[in-house]
Ligand binder design. Structure first.
Ligand SMILES: O=c1[nH]c(=O)c2[nH]c(=O)[nH]c2[nH]1
Length: 300
């Protein structure tokens, strides 16, 4: 019996690449976490131990650092497209290079001083194939909260249901969202302003979260996805993973302090368990995703 080698990929995970642009006294910083994977015909490396077609993960890491200098990092999408293209070109046995990047934002304190911004992290997953490029942009750890305009009622009940219907509750999540850019013949990736596109997408998601009366987190996600696709014709689909960060009203009725009411004012923020609401919203005529989502962990 000769077992069959199935899907495989290999690369260097989580190279922490920090690029300083110091052409003038006013420096710029890009702070990245870069992971690369090569896919293709690497059967010999696994079965006979022949590494002649394997571009080492160490070289992939070196290329990630070198490209921060050679190509620069105007945006993580643009950098990932260049890096993926180079890795594919350098590895004849590969038919795909996937580059996953996260960017940690820094706010300026002075010409050469910065303070790291907490919160949301900009993400990109770029898959370069011999036929073209897939680009998925996204955000993680986008923590948002509505203190009203959220209900959850009319749900299915059985003998294990104890949840009270809620007319007015806190709706909060730490959102992961990824949106796939349309791949079409002749797309000029070099001409895309990725940073403006990201800022606009984030703005649409946040404004829709804030402006949507919610009957469930599911409805809010769908509204956010719809708003994004309606405003940005260059996007094919969006995927969300949204933990429902439950806030339970504190029950003051047993307290020995008379007349203590709680009209949606004091909550316990529970960290677990949490509902996990995940959804994909796709444009009806979206071009096929190909392998754009391959090996993207979790729901998105
Ligand atoms: O927005 C919600 N969606 C659910 O599916 C759900 N289930 C639950 O217990 N609370 C909530 N809230």
């Amino acid at each position: 019996m000769t077992p069959i080698l199935g899907a495989n990929q290999y690369g260097k995970a989580e190279s922490r690449v920090v690029r300083i642009v110091r052409d003038t006294a006013r420096h710029e910083i890009r702070d990245l976490n870069v992971s690369t994977s090569l896919r293709g015909d690497f059967a010999a490396a696994h079965i006979t131990g022949d590494q002649s077609q394997v571009l080492p993960t160490d070289t992939q890491k070196n290329t990630a650092f070198a490209y921060a200098k050679i190509h620069g990092v105007d945006s993580i999408e643009d950098y990932a497209i260049a890096l993926g293209g180079r890795l594919l070109e350098a590895t004849p046995a590969a038919d795909q290079a996937q580059v996953r990047v996260e960017e940690y934002a820094w706010d300026r304190l002075g010409d050469h001083s910065f303070v790291r911004r907490g919160g949301a992290v900009h993400t990109a997953v770029v898959t370069v194939t011999r036929a073209g490029v897939h680009v998925i942009s996204g955000v993680r750890d986008l923590v948002v909260l509505n203190s009203t305009d959220s209900e959850f009622k009319g749900f299915l009940k059985d003998e294990f249901t104890t949840l009270a219907e809620a007319d007015d509750r806190i709706l909060a999540t730490s959102l992961v969202a990824r949106w796939r850019h349309t791949t079409a013949e002749g797309v000029d990736w070099a001409g895309v302003d990725w940073n403006a596109s990201y800022a606009d997408a984030l703005d649409i998601l946040l404004r829709t979260f804030a402006g949507t009366y919610s009957r469930a987190l599911q409805e809010t996600l769908y509204a956010m996805g719809t708003a994004l696709l309606e405003s940005r014709p260059d996007l094919a689909e969006v995927r969300f993973s949204a933990p429902n960060k439950h806030h339970f009203l504190v029950d003051f009725s047993g307290f020995g302090v008379g007349g203590l009411t709680n009209d949606g004012e004091v909550f316990i923020a529970a960290d677990r368990p949490y509902g996990l609401i995940e959804a994909e919203v796709t444009r009806a005529d979206a071009p096929p995703a190909g392998d754009a989502w391959l090996a993207v962990p979790g729901f998105c």
